[in-house]
Design a protein around this ligand. Structure first.
Ligand SMILES: NC(=O)c1ccc[n+]([C@@H]2O[C@H](COP(=O)([O-])OP(=O)(O)OC[C@H]3O[C@@H](n4cnc5c(N)ncnc54)[C@H](OP(=O)(O)O)[C@@H]3O)[C@@H](O)[C@H]2O)c1
Length: 290
C-alpha cells in the first residue's frame, strides 16, 4: 500500500513537472518568422496562413489555383502579415515541389517553418477497386512531394533552427475503410516523419517535427466528400488551424484535434480493437459508400 502511494505521488509529481515546464504560447513567437504553407488556397491550409498572418509572419502560400492564392495573399496582408506571397505549383510534379522551396528561400530570404498540408482532392468514400494509377498519383501528391519539400528545405531549416509541421489524420493512425489509399499515404507520412524526428534526436540535430492528427474538419472539400457518409460532427477549420499553429510554434511532437475525439480513440485502438471496430460500424453509413 505504501509503495502504491509512493508511486501515485511520484506520478502526480512527474505530471505536474511536465505540465508546468511546458513553454507557453505567445504571438510574439511568430512575428517575423518566414513560413511556407502548402495547400493553402482553401481549407485548413488557408486558415493556417491567416493565423500566421495575424501574428505578423512572412507568409508564402502555394497550391494550383492562382486566383484563390491571390485572394489568400490579399487577406493575409489585411490581417497584418509582415509580407505575403504566393507560388503556383502542382505537387504531383516533384520538380515543382523543389522549385516552391527555392522560390520561398529567395523571396523570404530563408525559411523558419515548413507546413506540409496539401492533399489530393478527396474522392469520397469508396471500396478499393484496384486502380493502381490512383494509388501512385495519390502517393506522389500526399507523400513523395512532402518528402521532396522536406529534402529541399532541410539546409534552410537547419540554418534558421527552424521546424516542420506535418498534417496527418486519424486515418494515418487507424486504417480507414473506404479510403484505404488516402489512409495509406497518411500512414506513410506518420512513419517517415516520426522516424525522422527520432533520427534527428539521436544525432543531436535540432529539427522539431510536429505531426497534427486531425479528426473530421468542416472544410468544403471534406464536407463534400464525407457528408452523409459518416455520422460524426465536423469540427471548425478555424479552431483547428489555430491549434495546429500553436502546437507547431511550441514545437510539440504531436497535436490532436479535436483532442477528446481523437486521443481516446487511439487508446481504444491499442487496448480494445473490437470496440473500435464496433464504433466504426455505427459511424459508417456503408450503403452510401457503394
Ligand atoms: N478536412 C478534414 O476533415 C481532414 C481530416 C483529417 C486530415 N485532414 C488533412 O488536412 C489537410 C488539409 O485538408 P483540407 O480538408 O483543408 O483539404 P482542402 O480544402 O481540399 O485543401 C487541399 C489543398 O491542397 C491543394 N492541392 C490539392 N492538390 C494539389 C496538388 N496536386 N498540388 C498542389 N496543391 C494541391 C488544394 O489547392 P488547389 O486545388 O488549388 O491545388 C488546397 O489548397 C490535408 O492534409 C488532409 O489530409 C483533413
Amino acid at each position: 500500500m505504501t509503495a502504491l502511494k509512493l508511486f501515485a505521488s511520484l506520478l502526480v509529481g512527474l505530471c505536474a513537472y511536465y505540465f508546468y515546464s511546458q513553454e507557453t504560447f505567445s504571438e510574439e513567437m511568430v512575428r517575423g518568422k518566414r513560413v511556407l504553407v502548402t495547400g493553402s488556397s482553401t481549407g485548413i491550409g488557408e486558415q493556417m496562413a491567416y493565423e500566421f498572418a495575424r501574428m505578423g509572419a512572412h507568409v508564402m502560400v502555394t497550391a494550383r489555383t492562382e486566383k484563390r492564392l491571390q485572394e489568400v495573399v490579399q487577406k493575409c496582408l489585411d490581417l497584418g502579415a509582415s509580407s505575403a506571397w504566393y507560388v503556383v505549383a502542382d505537387m504531383s510534379n516533384l520538380t515543382s515541389a523543389q522549385q516552391v522551396v527555392e522560390e520561398t528561400k529567395t523571396v523570404l530570404g530563408g525559411l523558419d517553418l515548413l507546413v506540409l498540408n496539401h492533399v489530393k482532392v478527396y474522392t469520397g468514400l469508396h471500396p478499393f477497386q484496384g486502380d493502381m494509377e490512383s494509388v501512385i498519383s495519390t502517393m506522389t501528391v500526399n507523400f513523395f512531394s512532402y518528402v521532396q519539400l522536406t529534402v529541399s528545405a532541410l539546409s534552410a531549416l537547419n540554418e534558421s533552427r527552424g521546424s516542420i509541421i506535418v498534417i496527418s489524420s486519424m486515418s494515418g493512425r487507424i486504417p480507414s475503410p473506404f479510403s484505404v489509399v488516402y489512409s495509406s499515404t497518411k500512414f506513410a507520412l506518420e512513419g517517415f516523419y516520426s522516424g525522422l524526428r527520432t533520427e534527428m534526436y539521436l544525432q543531436k540535430i535540432d529539427l522539431p517535427i510536429t505531426v497534427a492528427v486531425l479528426g473530421y474538419i468542416d472544410t468544403d472539400a471534406a464536407l463534400r466528400a464525407l457528408g452523409g457518409k459518416i455520422a460524426i460532427k465536423a469540427s471548425p477549420k478555424e479552431d483547428c488551424a489555430r491549434e495546429i499553429v500553436k502546437g507547431g510554434v511550441l514545437r510539440q511532437r504531436e497535436v490532436f484535434y479535436p483532442y477528446w475525439v481523437t486521443k481516446p480513440v487511439l487508446l481504444l485502438r491499442d487496448w480494445m480493437p473490437e470496440v473500435l471496430e464496433h464504433m466504426m460500424d455505427i459511424s459508417y453509413k456503408v450503403e452510401n459508400t457503394l
